[in-house]
Design a binder for this molecule. Structure first.
Ligand SMILES: Nc1ncnc2c1ncn2[C@@H]1O[C@H](COP(=O)(O)OP(=O)(O)OP(=O)(O)O)[C@@H](O)[C@H]1O
Ligand SMILES: [Mg+2]
Length: 318
């Protein structure tokens, strides 16, 4: 049996108000994130991955409406927290590593000053002690040639090096949870692998990592658990090896079958496109694209149920 999750999103629903109408973007979603694990959230563009994690940080667009559910962190419901309480959580306990590092780095600060600011905010240390911590932290994220390059400005660094600085800032703040929202999409394949390996090293030191991606292939070797999202729903969640060995949801199965076996060669793909959020689908969100869909799937929404060692939201799982 596993211990309790460090962070849990429970039956959470979120809507977006567009032209005075509220459209659901997250529908009764459930996620459990465990200490010392990498949990990947996988799904096509627009399925609600970013909205799910931004809800945890309460960094949501102004037109968003929380429609129900809880987000439990350290036995408290984050949704009840004031903005002041959230400031104690953001960056300090839960840090975000965004797709575009420039949204987190200050272009006017050197690498050293960005880190010093974080270190001195979160630890009672002198500037000299903070400088030593900055160097150690940068070395731990394999930032190259630290002594010379610590004086660089963000624009002087490659994308991979910028991501290392952001990861170093999260570690310097001693955050327990690192949320990485497509942290490697802008990077080339070799650098991508290096950053993912770095995240693995960090989780082995006891951190919890939430890794968002639209590419199931990327997380196969780097995650412990996977949640598959489709149109605002979590349709399947399981341990990574279990999910690949025994996919139960037709969408998960199709995603796995669509993974390239050899470079440039694709297997069977999934027909159709996800519907826009403004379109109202009755029943299972995947029914327009599903070969197994029957009257039940067109009339009722399936919720997550245990199937072998997975949780699956499907009336006719494999
Ligand atoms: N401010 C907004 N107003 C209206 N709709 C929005 C807003 N922000 C996001 N959306 C919509 O909400 C849905 C969920 O968006 P979200 O950004 O969470 O998707 P995602 O899975 O992260 O996609 P991607 O892989 O492209 O980053 C999408 O349909 C998106 O178009
Ligand atoms: Mg996103």
């Amino acid at each position: 049996m596993r211990e309790n999750p460090l962070l849990e999103i429970k039956n959470f629903s979120l809507g977006l108000e567009i032209d005075k109408k509220v459209y659901p973007v997250l529908k009764n979603v459930n996620f459990s994130f465990f200490k010392g694990k990498i949990h990947a959230i996988v799904g096509e563009s627009g399925c609600g991955k970013t909205m799910s994690v931004m809800s945890v940080l309460k960094l949501l667009p102004r037109n968003s409406r929380i429609l129900g559910g809880k987000i439990i962190f350290e036995n408290e419901n984050i949704l009840d927290f004031s903005e002041k309480q959230m400031l104690k959580i953001r960056g300090r306990k839960i840090a975000l590593i965004p797709q575009d590092p420039m949204t987190s780095l200050n272009p006017l600060y050197t690498v050293e000053n960005q880190l010093l600011e974080v270190i001195m905010l979160h630890n009672e240390v002198s500037r000299d002690q903070a400088k030593k911590i900055a160097i150690k932290t940068l070395e731990s994220v394999e930032f190259k040639d630290v002594k010379n390059r610590i004086k660089s400005y963000p624009h002087e660094l490659s994308g991979g090096m910028k991501q290392r600085v952001i990861i170093a800032m999260a570690l310097a703040a001693n955050a327990d949870i690192l949320i990485a929202d497509e942290p490697t999409t802008a990077l080339d394949v070799t650098i991508q692998a290096q950053i993912l390996k770095l995240l693995m090293k960090i989780k082995e030191q006891g951190k919890t990592i939430v890794l968002i991606t639209h590419d199931l292939g990327v997380v196969a070797q780097y995650s412990d658990d996977i949640s598959i999202m489709y149109l605002g729903h979590v349709v399947e969640r399981a341990a990574t090896n279990e999910l690949f060995k025994n996919p139960h949801h037709p969408y998960t199965k199709a995603l796995i079958e669509a993974l390239p076996v050899k470079k440039g060669k694709k297997l069977k793909n999934i027909v159709g496109q996800p519907a826009p959020i403004t379109e109202n689908i009755t029943g299972c969100p995947f029914n327009p694209r599903c070969a197994k869909a029957d009257y039940l799937c067109f009339s009722q929404i399936p919720t997550l149920k245990n199937v072998h060692n997975s949780n699956v939201a499907c009336f006719h799982p494999y």
